[in-house]
Design a protein around this ligand. Sequence first.
Ligand SMILES: [Zn+2]
Ligand SMILES: [Zn+2]
Ligand SMILES: [Zn+2]
Length: 328
Amino acid sequence: MPHQKPLYIPRRSRNLPAHVWRPLNRGIPEKWHAIARAKGYRIHRRIRDRLHLSLECLTCGALTAHKIYTLRTAQPACGGCREAVMHQNAAKAGVVLGERDAEHRHYALYTLPCGHEARLQRGRIARLAKEGPAEGRDGFYCPICHTKRLDRLASTWGWTLIGADTEGDLNYRLLWHDACGHSQRVATANLVTGRYDCGGCGESWASAPSTLYMMRFAVPGLGTFVKLGYSRYPGRRMHHQLGLRDDVVAELIDELPMPSGQVALRIEKGLHAQLRAEHAEKVIPRADLAPWINVTSEVYAPTAEPIIRRMIDALESPCWPRKTRLIS
Ligand SMILES: [Zn+2]
Ligand SMILES: [Zn+2]
Ligand SMILES: [Zn+2]
């Protein structure tokens, strides 16, 4: 006869065929009932052989198979309560628990907020449930979305993502230079800034012309911010380069051509240092905007706009034209 409710099976016995857990008509000594009650269970019935019982949890009502020996000598774990905790942890961490990984008990399948499924460590989800999803963009990264993002970043610099690092370093990827066909390893951090050179054709981020810019961007529900930075390709590509979410509207409000990436970097660093020193109250904590924009330098309150504009004006020479355009 099948069990009324599903029977949770201890991990070490999950490889056994289902029929071994058949009900057994044997007596149950009164003493066992008392032990079970004291440990939060009711003895449902004897099962499998003379050594096993099915225990009903007094908290959640789930049935779990256990050895009589376990009932007598330890606190038997309830499979139902354990699964409920896993579901709760997943919900708190912002994911949905799918199937368990039968091979690796520390892992399970979860559906991420982006809709993709990922195999994650249960312990990690439990930690996130306790601490809240603070680490990274949403508390975890989706390998599929992450790869897409890296691919978009690479394309902003004129490269194509080929695949994983040839040396197995998780912080590197193998990239193909569209211009010359050379492939090489690039650190993912450098994919954000575009600060890497091509070993094939010698194209160098440091010597290539660049542009210092000020960008205004509006984050839904959070407000407007300004960013000062430099880019080899300011304009449409910046949306990807900065990892801006699609619902963020960005507008380039000032641009100043720079003779090289190296000069642009030096000037940008100097301006940020000056702003931090003289207008610390206008610096937005980077963590506040982490889910919306991927930046390695400061972002400022909109009141910093005229100040930054004056700084860029001061750098301007008559032969450097100025432009304004929409990049969203
Ligand atoms: Zn339970
Ligand atoms: Zn995803
Ligand atoms: Zn090249």
